[in-house]
Design a protein around this ligand. Structure first.
Ligand code: NAD
Length: 283
């Protein structure tokens, strides 16, 4: 509804080319998803090997989407390895998904600002840094917004479009237009710790973990959550998201006490499904 109401402002802007910086867990899947939805994506990283691995991993999503050999080949050709970052000058949307460090992100955006198209949308996928802090060194801090995808990108329909204190409304609307164009549901939120989803979800998951510390069985907690309609219980969800990510979000929101069961698992590198063991054993 908001997009329809604002249509005259955003209708002239049609995102077709996306440049993603950072080809790790999130960046490669974001680029792959954009290509699966008809766009061209250039994918940049410090490591060519990471880019190649990230592109290869998109085969499954693209195969599911494009049924003929010709369509699949055309889609694969639209996903372009770009270690030098040349794609940034032609991109309609630039999404940063590099390491979660303020100084590194600030430096990247500072270097980008002079190279991008005047109407290009500039976005960060940060989970925990303030959009306004990342934007601070920019000459035009009003053009940066957050576009916060969830993991796994191909399965999560919601994407948060984050309005920093300085973000211009037009850029926020362009963010929502882009998210809609790639078949996701945009949720516009303020730049507050945890944005909206993690702010709601983290207390629920941390409470479930606190129950375990009090002696409750994890299986009973997960079973109870499923019984009232959750697709998976909070403990299995934590193992799926990654316990390092959960611990980080818990700390940002002041919900995770030092030395908790969660902290002990993270210290032992038991990070959930991705390492084969977390609260549960997944091997
Ligand atoms: P990751 O460590 O898997 O990948 C980051 C990649 O960025 C690495 O391949 C690294 O080589 C590259 N990189 C680092 N500095 C770079 C630079 N200056 N230029 C180019 N490439 C650079 O990280 P991730 O989990 O994909 O997270 C990336 C961002 O997405 C973070 O801001 C994180 O907060 C956010 N995020 C993560 C998740 C998640 O579940 N992992 C979910 C939502 C948002």
């Amino acid at each position: 509804e908001l997009l329809k109401a604002q249509a005259p402002k955003t209708q002239a802007w049609k995102p077709l080319r996306v440049h993603v910086i950072g080809a790790g867990t999130m960046g490669a899947d974001i680029a792959g998803w954009c290509v699966a939805n008809g766009m061209e994506a250039t994918l940049q990283d410090l490591s060519e090997e990471v880019i190649a691995k990230g592109i290869k991993a998109q085969g499954r999503v693209l195969k599911r989407r494009f049924k003929t050999k010709a369509a699949l080949a055309a889609a694969k050709a639209r996903l372009i390895a770009d270690a030098a970052g040349d794609g940034v000058v032609h991109a309609d949307v630039i999404i940063e998904a590099i390491v979660e460090r303020l100084d590194v992100k600030q430096e990247l955006f500072r270097a980008l600002e002079g190279r991008i198209k005047p109407d290009a949308l500039l976005a960060t996928n940060t989970s925990s840094l303030e959009i306004e802090a990342i934007a601070e060194p920019l000459q035009d801090p009003g053009r940066l917004i957050g576009i916060h995808f969830f993991n796994p990108v191909a399965q999560m329909p919601l994407v948060e479009v984050v309005r920093g204190a300085a973000s211009r409304e037009d850029e926020v609307l362009k963010g929502a237009t882009f998210v809609t164009a790639i078949g996701k549901f945009p949720l516009i939120t303020k730049s507050v710790p945890g944005f909206l989803v993690n702010r709601v979800l983290a207390p629920y998951m941390m409470e479930a973990m606190a129950r375990i510390e009090k002696g409750e069985e994890k299986e009973r907690i997960d079973e109870a959550a499923r019984a009232f309609g959750m697709p998976m219980g909070p403990i299995e969800l934590a193992d799926t998201v990654g316990l390092d990510v959960c611990a980080h979000v818990g700390k940002i929101l002041g919900l995770s006490p030092e030395g908790s069961h969660l902290d002990r698992l993270v210290a032992a590198k038991k990070l959930g499904k991705k390492t084969g063991e977390g609260f549960y054993v997944w091997k």
